[in-house]
Design a protein around this ligand. Structure first.
Ligand SMILES: *[C@@H]1O[C@H](CO)[C@@H](O)[C@H](O)[C@H]1NC(C)=O
Ligand SMILES: *[C@@H]1O[C@H](CO)[C@@H](O)[C@H](O)[C@H]1NC(C)=O
Ligand SMILES: *[C@@H]1O[C@H](CO)[C@@H](O)[C@H](O)[C@H]1NC(C)=O
Length: 337
């Protein structure tokens, strides 16, 4: 029974899916998943980290000391009542603390070498045909270990005989499988639909990126690294490339899309060019927030625009500051005479 807990729950509740690719849709998120990361430093020390994600957006944290969920958005409870949320938190708390005890207990039997880490993802995703698909995957030491397919536990090849034995074991524990299946196939889709509705104002509102150019560290003498920064956009899908006229520059390299704390995203695209060839290059950005109007920044222009504004503003400033002095002096001459 305990083993069962160890195997099933991890897979069942939290673990699971991870790799399910989010369809590249511009309509907003279509999946909810919980992620569990359990770190075992030695036979007496372990910790759990948990989080809940709607698409790419983290909406739940887990306070392991209090055994409570942390609601990161005003709508993170979807349409669930406080009572139902508390019930879920209790299930998760019992599961997570039980998970650590069971793993520690069975570590010798399964020849687990400290330190090690277990990761799990489980959740559900809307299907274009209107239904939902649930998923669950577990990993050990960063390698796939087992997953749920067609309601059965499938050991990953990387998991070897250990994963096979654990899957066989899980088969025998119907009670826990029932709870896990209910959470995955009944609770999750209901929760996901409620979340998408409760958060729709936030989820559908696109945020325009700020775009600027800079020179990166010179790759080698005589070369320039042009950097196009695209920052603060939502949702995540974005298209950024360096262009010469209408010609996409094949040498454009994109970094990873990185998260800002406020849920928006950052991406940079770099291009390595000969110093004399930078003129005429531009960075082009397409994003759903731009209403079909691409943003285009020309290399060099940002500097000349800056200089032009300075050339206009400076005389105006001098004039505005000088005017009162001139008037005052004129006035004092007049009052003397
Ligand atoms: C177990 O690991 C923790 C965290 O790394 C460490 O503080 C503790 O001293 C370790 N205990 C033993 C018995 O090695
Ligand atoms: C799913 O499992 C059922 C029963 O175990 C089986 O009849 C069915 O063929 C399986 N479907 C797939 C796609 O493997
Ligand atoms: C929440 O919304 C979903 C989808 O509209 C619905 O199926 C469910 O009954 C609602 N209420 C609860 C408590 O899940």
């Amino acid at each position: 029974m305990r083993l069962l807990l160890l195997l099933l729950w991890p897979t069942a509740l939290c673990p699971g899916g991870g790799g399910e690719a989010e369809p590249a849709d511009l309509q907003g998120p279509t999946s909810y998943r919980v992620i569990q990361i359990s770190s075992f430093a030695n036979s007496s020390w372990a910790q759990n980290q948990g989080s809940g994600w709607l698409g790419d957006m983290q909406i739940h944290g887990w306070d392991a000391d209090a055994g409570r969920a942390v609601f990161l958005k005003p709508w993170s409870k979807g349409n669930f009542s406080d009572e139902e949320m508390v019930e879920l938190e209790e299930i998760i708390q019992v599961y997570l603390s039980g998970f650590i005890l069971e793993v520690q207990d069975h570590a010798p039997e399964f020849q687990m070498q400290y330190p090690f880490e277990i990761q799990g993802v489980a959740g559900c995703q809307l299907h274009p045909d209107g239904g939902t698909v649930s998923f669950l995957r577990g990993a050990l030491g960063g390698l796939d270990f087992l997953s749920l397919k067609n309601h059965s536990c499938v050991p990953a090849p990387e998991g070897g005989s250990r994963a096979q034995r654990i899957c066989e074991l899980i088969l025998q524990y119907e009670g826990i499988r029932d709870i896990a299946e209910k959470l995955l196939f009944e609770t999750c889709p209901r929760f996901l639909l409620g979340l998408l509705d409760a958060g729709k104002a936030d989820l559908r509102r696109p945020v325009r990126p700020e775009v600027w150019l800079s020179a990166g560290p010179s790759p080698r003498p005589g070369r320039l690294q042009l950097v196009c920064h695209v920052s603060g956009f939502y949702p995540k899908p974005v298209w950024v490339t360096w262009m010469r006229g209408q010609q996409e520059q094949q040498g454009t390299r994109q970094g990873d899309v990185l998260p800002h704390a406020d849920g928006t995203w950052y991406l940079q695209a770099t291009l390595d060019v000969a110093a004399g060839e930078a003129a005429g290059l531009s960075c082009r950005v397409k994003h759903s927030s731009l209403g079909g109007q691409d943003m285009v920044l020309h290399w060099g222009n940002s500097i000349s625009i800056g200089l032009i504004s300075l050339a206009i503003i400076l005389p105006v400033l001098i004039f505005l500051i000088g005017l009162p002095f001139w008037l005052w002096r004129r006035w004092s001459y007049q009052s003397i005479s």
